[in-house]
Design a binder for this molecule. Structure first.
Ligand code: CAA
Length: 257
């Protein structure tokens, strides 16, 4: 399958998706969203694929939603079409995926990165929610996900001033899981994805689901949800294999059942 705005390749069990609108610093237009929805759905549906990496270029992960596409839209256009609602399909991806961010991740670019299960940043990464400078606000979840990731004080300051945060500050603030050299970013992210891809698939799905539940429920409900998923994994062949392999001092061989 080829895409107008993405490059997609499979490296073993890892799907590498690269945003590919270099002329617009990977600005996120409607075509790109349609391509992302198709690519993530294909990844989720392919049993040979266990983890994905979404990346951009060394200059820009994505410099935001496409301002030129939005500029002349009316309220009726935006509200009527529920503009950006398609990103809910991207966040509905059940398998784990990582955003590998080099360069600018601004506005919708920062918001898309925050939809990932975690972010790995190159040391040249710059994150920001500069929408206020365009007389609008974040619209793809930035005010919510950034606040949950880095807390109210910093999120409010970032969204109200539109300033950029560099990779070191992003790591300090908990926005990114780790920072690596920009030139090594994709290889490092794929290596991390390969480690995840080597885990028992049902355990990986359950882990993602329960960590995400921490943002949606009370502590008590979340702990019970975790425990029930944990119990459920004892119905899997891979749990028997994983624990037997530990006792027998050998690597586990997963069936995904
Ligand atoms: N939308 C559309 N086109 C964009 C774009 C965007 N978000 N960001 C960059 N581009 C285009 C530029 O217009 C330019 O195209 P032309 O050559 O045709 O003029 C090309 O990409 C290269 O950009 P620059 O010449 O500006 O590159 P630079 O290195 O001088 O600056 C930058 C880089 C600081 C990232 C600058 O491009 C910039 O500020 N971009 C906009 C950032 C922004 O405001 N993002 C938020 C968008 S709104 C949003 O995302 C809403 C939401 O919540 C989802």
């Amino acid at each position: 399958m080829t895409y107008e705005t993405l490059l997609v390749e499979q490296r073993g069990a890892v799907t590498l998706i690269t945003l590919n609108r270099p002329q617009a610093l990977n600005a996120l237009n409607s075509q790109l969203l349609a391509d992302l929805i198709t690519a993530f759905a294909a990844f989720d549906a392919d049993d040979s694929q266990r983890c994905a990496v979404l990346t951009g270029s060394e200059k820009a992960f994505a410099a935001g939603a496409d301002i030129k596409e939005m500029a002349s839209q009316s309220f009726a256009d935006m509200y009527g079409s529920n503009f950006f609602a398609g990103y809910d399909k991207v966040t509905a991806t059940r398998k784990p995926w990582i955003a590998a961010v080099n360069g600018f991740a601004l506005g919708g670019g920062c918001e898309l990165a925050m939809m990932a299960d975690f972010i790995i940043a190159g040391d040249n990464a710059k994150f920001g929610q500069p929408e206020i400078k365009l007389a609008v606000t974040p619209g793809m979840g930035g005010s919510q996900r950034l606040t949950r990731a880095i807390g109210k004080a910093k999120a409010m300051e970032m969204c109200l001033t539109g300033r950029m945060m560099d990779a070191a500050e992003a790591e300090r603030s908990g926005l990114v899981a780790k920072v690596v050299a920009a030139a090594e970013l994709v290889d490092e992210a794929v290596k991390t994805a390969e480690a995840i891809a080597a885990m028992a698939p049902l355990a990986a799905l359950a882990t993602k689901e329960m960590v995400n539940a921490a943002f949606e429920t009370t502590l008590q409900q979340g702990v019970v949800f975790e425990r029930r998923l944990f119990h459920g994994l004892f119905g899997s062949e891979d749990q028997k294999e994983g624990m037997a392999a530990f006792v027998e001092k050998r690597p586990g061989m997963w069936t995904g059942k």
